[in-house]
Design a protein around this ligand. Structure first.
Ligand SMILES: N[C@@H](CCC[C@H](NC(=O)CCC(=O)O)C(=O)O)C(=O)O
Ligand SMILES: [Zn+2]
Ligand SMILES: [Zn+2]
Length: 383
């Protein structure tokens, strides 16, 4: 019997593609109610959020996770069906295995074990879940954080379970995240016959010098200051679209999607301006440029949670984690601005969003033990 594995499988069997929670959160809330946890629901449109807590005082430590998963793509590409979790050679396969139903199961089992052992613990432990982390993230933790902040109900510490580990469970802990913005640039032109260049205006050709400059640009050298480090800012083209399909017709417009991951040298406004300046330098005039800000960079100052994690990982897993701000962004970006200490530790990230997503089965219990030790360190004298 492996409680963490069983619970991970029960969650993974529910096809909770964003924003559908598919009953994952009520499964957890009902199960944890048996140990005296209280649940508060935040249903925001088609997004389900829940805060499940035990204890009512300060200090508070909430785990933060999501029950939604990205779409699996064609099922025929998977070795076993994405929503029929399967263990092969000690590895659990299925959508959500590492991102992040496995970590949610580890959190729940850790919380249950901790409360069973310390029913009268000081402070508050909890679990905040959303079904809109993988989507546009408007009505998930962003909205709940606003509601809680208005009430003054802000956690002191928050442990996010996104898959931070690279090669070995616990080798990487996130202590902040870069900012993320997406720009959609549409360069306008005049469609026409390729044999008559004098009567056309090819937007792909207009785009080319800008694209070359964008790809070449070194935005900064990263940040290394008293508050910690950030990797360099970079920009990736994620989509480029133009053309009618015909080989002798020039397109009327070309569209480029660019994704910036940036450090504190920049903010959304300064990046917008920098891209507009580059467009002007490249002679691109007839265009539209729409931006979506996913989140500004954040770093969490060192506190009791970071110390507890930095102690729990070597104690339980026998290795010292690297502390960094790499990877994508996370829902921690909505919690950190409340003044909460945010630290992130989760499963291996090698297969996130991929076909045949997986996690080693042993990592589920190992992660749960780390989470439990963090609570013991923070709320009891430890063991
Ligand atoms: N869907 C939202 C937020 C996107 C968040 C996403 N985060 C990850 O993939 C986490 C990976 C990791 O743990 O490193 C991202 O960074 O794109 C949006 O688009 O705003
Ligand atoms: Zn995730
Ligand atoms: Zn994800």
């Amino acid at each position: 019997m492996n409680d963490t594995l069983d619970l991970a499988c029960a969650l993974m069997a529910r096809p909770s593609v964003t924003p559908d929670d598919a009953g994952c959160q009520s499964l957890l809330a009902e199960r944890m109610a048996a140990l005296g946890f209280a649940a508060e629901w935040f249903v925001c449109g088609d997004v389900t959020n829940v805060l499940i807590t035990h204890g009512a005082e300060s200090p508070s430590l909430w785990f933060l996770g999501h029950t939604d998963v990205v779409p699996p793509g064609p099922e025929s590409d998977w070795t076993s069906p994405p929503f029929a979790p399967e263990v092969r050679d000690g590895v659990l396969y299925g959508r959500g295995a590492c991102d992040m139903k496995g970590a949610v199961a580890a959190m729940v089992v850790a919380l249950e074990d901790f409360v069973r052992e310390h029913p009268d613990h000081p402070g508050q432990v909890g679990l905040l879940l959303t079904s809109d982390e993988e989507g546009d993230a408007q009505r998930g933790i962003r909205e709940v954080a606003g509601i809680l902040a208005a009430r003054g109900q802000v956690p002191d510490h928050c442990l996010v379970g996104e898959p931070s580990s690279q090669r070995q469970l616990g080798d990487t802990v996130r202590i902040g995240r870069r900012g993320s913005i997406v720009g959609v640039l549409t360069v306008k032109g005049v469609q026409g016959h390729t044999a008559f260049p004098e009567s056309i205006d090819n937007p792909v050709h207009r785009l080319a010098p800008f694209l070359a400059a964008l790809v070449e640009r070194r935005w900064d050298d990263g940040v290394d200051d008293a508050d910690g480090q950030f990797p360099p800012t970079h920009c990736q083209v994620s989509n480029i679209n133009a053309g009618t399909g015909a080989s002798n017709v020039t397109p009327g417009a070309a569209t480029l999607t660019i994704s910036f991951r940036y450090n504190t040298h920049w903010n959304a406004d300064t990046l917008h301006q920098a891209v507009q300046d580059m467009l002007a330098d490249a002679g691109v005039e007839n265009y539209t440029l729409d931006w979506r800000v996913s989140g500004e960079p954040f770093r969490s100052p060192a506190g009791a949670l970071r110390r507890a994690v930095a102690d729990a990982v070597p104690t339980e897993l026998g290795l010292a984690p690297a502390l960094n701000t790499g990877g994508g962004t996370s829902d921690g970006r909505f919690i950190a601005p409340l003044g909460t200490e945010v630290v992130e530790l989760g499963l291996l990230n090698a297969s996130i969003h991929k076909v045949d997503e997986y996690t080693p089965v042993a990592d589920l219990d190992d992660l749960s033990r780390v989470y439990r030790r963090v609570m013991k360190t923070m709320f009891t004298a430890g063991d």
